[in-house]
Write a protein that binds this ligand. Structure first.
Ligand code: ATP
Ligand code: MG
Length: 560
């Protein structure tokens, strides 16, 4: 788990796709049918994106279909909000289930009938032991379980009790239906697993019709069989459940015979991918909702400005394997930068403004200069930006007493303002506290467009905006939500990064940015990629930093 994956496996091919290909070649299936089976008890995260891309992607590549199936077997935790969010997120990621939208709850009648079948054939019984007793008697990895005193009830008594459980005659948790398999099995999942529990709750789809709900293990494989799923792909923690998955199929008159395959789940540095923890982050107010741009949820990533194409590309590069690993989040950011570098329009914005007055530029005068929208794409065209006597530059682009290699603005040092002129700082204005508040500069009118006719060079090109013609904006910078590369999910609150959000409330942006939209990220030149946030108000745009320009992943790759 601890070695960070540095090399992507060959994209587009993996052991699951090899299995599907072999099955199709051998004629074991006419076509491939997969499913993505989320439980609607939270929002989808980037780990789910791996599963979605695999299930929908493989089905697409082999001309089959992928079902979206809600595993809605626990109404105590599931909500309509989550169902809606999951559908929206799968679509946004670029996949379409067409008519194939299903719910485990669509099969409640059939699953119930099959449970009676197991009772009738002597393979299931009603157990009156408490949850705690059941847990204790299940034994451990080294110690066999003990039979329940209710294990040998007659078929008639079991049927009677199970029907009364269904009718709602008993309080929640009073009894369960268990499969009768083997309390001494080396595989704990086969020690008489629970099939049904009593739960008096309202279900988003079936309302209060049911008083008993099937377990995940019992519902899942049978739902696969009903839908004719050929390859039921899940994560490695279900490997030990596979014998149970097969046991049900062996003991029930199911219409088809699916097979389960397991792959390694995605783990990312500085990230927790557990719905339980993500739910606690939201409920505990550690973040501002499921779509907080710091969250690894698809809703959060979308709001932050991450394109769906970058997620798909990332998932393709990490590949699918059976070995658990921890992927460096820098690899994800690298994919985001690649997609955005090619597509994002270039703009100028000053995040932490420092005023510049060009003393030899006429008062009241402005002029329009031409700026390119994308350096590698002439078709993206140009735009006009306004230059005037008063400008803003980035505070960090100025140093009063610079070290040797600082080539940006400092007293006496000439620099280029992008698309505009060469300027030189002549005087530094400070406030009473001694802080630099303004720079008095001169410009060289002969350098219009950013080149000197005498061929003299400057070592720095800086971004800037006009003071009068720029617009005030809020910019939100995001850092990792957790301060450790492998946060401990059981003690996550202690490992939250206190500096995960930095709000810059008086940034200045060029006017073209007032046309920005929440789904088209832009590059703020020299700063990174930014996306308009839904919190924006008329006259008060808010931008999220999607990702900075510096690429630590490229460095890692270059070094190896
Ligand atoms: P839980 O079961 O604790 O609610 P879950 O993350 O498994 O959490 P599900 O809704 O059951 O949530 O997941 C749907 C599908 O997504 C499952 O097939 C699951 O294996 C897969 N999945 C979940 N997390 C990851 C991950 N980190 N990487 C890859 N696949 C994942
Ligand atoms: Mg799950």
């Amino acid at each position: 788990m601890n070695d960070v994956e540095t090399a992507a496996t060959e994209p587009g091919r993996d052991f699951i796709r090899d299995i599907i290909q072999a099955d199709l070649t051998a004629g074991r299936h006419k076509g491939v049918v997969t499913r993505f089976p989320p439980e609607p008890n939270g929002y989808l995260h980037i780990g789910h994106a791996k599963s979605i891309c695999l299930n929908f992607g493989a089905a697409q590549e082999f001309g089959g279909r992928c079902h979206l199936r809600f595993d809605d077997t626990n109404p105590a935790k599931e909500e309509q909000e989550y169902i809606d969010a999951i559908e929206r997120d799968v679509r946004w990621l670029g996949f379409d289930w067409g008519k194939n939208l299903f719910h485990a709850s669509d099969y409640f009648e059939q699953l119930y009938a099959w449970a009676e079948h197991l009772i009738t054939t002597g393979f299931a019984y009603v157990d009156d032991q408490s949850q705690e007793e059941i847990r204790v008697k299940r034994g451990t990895l080294t110690e066999a379980g003990k039979n329940s005193p209710f294990r040998d009830r007659s078929v008639d008594e079991n049927l009677d009790l199970f029907r009364r459980m269904k009718a709602g005659e008993f309080p929640g948790g009073a009894r369960v239906l268990r499969a009768k398999i083997d309390m001494t099995s080396g595989n704990i999942n086969l020690r008489d697993p629970v099939l049904y529990r009593i739960l008096h709750a309202s279900h988003p789809r079936t309302g209060t019709t049911w008083h008993i709900y099937p377990s995940y293990d019992y519902a899942h494989g049978q739902s696969d069989a009903i839908e004719g799923i050929t390859h039921s792909i899940c994560t490695l923690e279900f490997e030990d459940h596979r014998p149970l998955y097969d046991w049900f199929l062996d003991h029930l008159p199911v219409p088809s015979r699916p097979r389960q395959y397991e792959f390694a789940r995605l783990n990312l540095t500085y990230t927790v991918l557990s719905k339980r923890v993500l739910t606690e982050l939201v409920r505990g107010g550690h973040v501002n909702g499921w779509d907080d741009p710091r969250m690894p949820t698809l809703a959060g990533l979308r709001r932050r400005g991450v394109p769906a194409a970058a997620l798909r590309e990332f998932v393709k590069r990490i590949g699918v394997s059976k070995a658990n690993s921890l992927v460096d989040v820098a690899m994800f950011e690298h994919a985001i930068r690649e997609v955005l570098n090619a597509s994002a329009p270039r703009r100028m914005a000053v995040l932490r403004p420092l005023k510049v007055v060009i003393e030899n530029y006429p008062e009241g005068q402005t002029e329009e200069l031409e700026a390119v929208n994308h350096p590698d794409d002439p078709a993206a065209g140009t735009r006009k930006i306004k230059f005037g006597r008063e400008l803003y530059v980035e505070q960090e682009d100025f140093m009063e007493n610079p070290p040797k290699k600082f080539f940006r603005l400092s007293p006496g040092q000439e620099v280029r303002l992008r698309y505009a002129y060469f300027i030189t700082c002549r005087e530094v204005v400070k406030n009473a506290a001694g802080e630099v508040v303004e720079l008095l500069c001169t410009y060289d009118p002969a350098t219009k467009g950013g080149n000197a006719p005498d061929g003299r060079k400057v070592k720095a090109t800086m971004h800037w905006v006009s003071a009068k013609d720029s617009v005030a904006a809020e910019v939100r910078l995001y850092n990792p939500l957790f301060s450790k590369p492998s946060p401990d999910a059981s003690n996550f609150a202690a490992e939250l990064n206190p500096d995960s959000l930095e709000v810059l409330s008086d940034a200045r942006i060029e006017p073209a940015l007032t046309d920005a939209s929440t789904d088209v990220p832009v590059q703020f030149e020299r700063q990174g990629y930014f996306t308009l946030d839904a919190d924006s108000k008329p006259g008060r745009p808010v931008f999220n930093r999607t990702v900075g320009l510096r690429d630590t992943w490229a460095k890692v790759q270059g070094a190896s």
